[in-house]
Ligand binder design. Sequence first.
Ligand code: UT7
Length: 324
Amino acid sequence: MTKNSYISGVGSYLPDRVVTNAQLSKTVDTSDEWIRARTGIAQRHIAAEGQHTSDLGYRAALDALKNADMSAQDIDLIIVATSTPDLTFPSTATMIQELLGIHQGAAFDIQAVCSGFIYALSVADAMIKSGQGTNVLVIGAETFSRILDWNDRTTCVLFGDGAGAVVLSANKPDVKDAGAGILNTFIRSDGRYRDLLYVDGGPSSTQTVGKLRMAGNQVFRRAVKELSSSMVQCAGEMDVKIADINWFVPHQANQRILEAVAKKLDLRRSQVISTVAYHANTSAASIPLALDVAIKDGRIKRGHQIMLEAFGGGFTWGATLLVY
Ligand code: UT7
């Protein structure tokens, strides 16, 4: 029998501290009008001093476990997508494993920047389908506030901190109308574009953490192109028509990117889940954060067909087609 992987539960966590555009414009040469018009962002959440990526991921994992009606002891694999680990090593995944009191199975990090959650889901799906995991916690967790140059208005207004998590399971959840699970995953990268979005530090090169640098409008153009084509390919490989998909849950970087992609693929605005206004770009955390909001507010229901998609530094990009 062919194995499949199913979403048993979704959860998220945002730090308490909210910084609005107006508050930011007191210390940065920017304005609420500019940020809203160019990005759709209204506010971001910022982790407290001493609150680390693992803390955020842990809280999101607890929420996902609760919604999956599972305990931490049901988990045999943890994959964390992050570009802002607590430390260079050990992995943030092992730290979350310990916070959850899990002393079995395996835990590791994946680094694909804003596409990290799509990459992590793709690995988790493959491991479940090959019999190497039963209940996998797939977490996107970030504290991008720690790698921002707060003197660079072209980047610091765009990002925030947060975490989202999914429990991916080998067994179909015992829930009415539970769908067919993950139908297809699609990941790609192209290192020629590394200089357009990167962090200018690292253990091997500078022995510093570094700050985020981005050529925003070049990233924007490429993101719209690759996001559109990866969704078409991901759906096409399964003979699924884009028009038949209920919901699109994109990486939340910029409302204008969401709208440009929607226009290219002829999607209705109401089909595209957008939470970027409330938490800005949380990199690998943004897809599960948006997914969680739309499940909790009742828009996404069991049996609905969903496309997830992301684009980020590397460049990396990808898409996931699933039936919830
Ligand atoms: O998540 C991973 C992928 N990342 C992304 O997808 C981000 C992709 N890029 C973007 O979202 C957009 O390119 C940005 C939001 C970063 C920038 O928007 P844009 O429409 O491409 O603006 P721009 O960079 O072309 O800048 C336009 C103007 C410039 O002024 P001049 O040269 O026209 O006088 C900037 O200096 O806006 C100015 N500007 C600002 N003004 C006020 C740039 N940042 C700000 C700011 N506040 N924060």
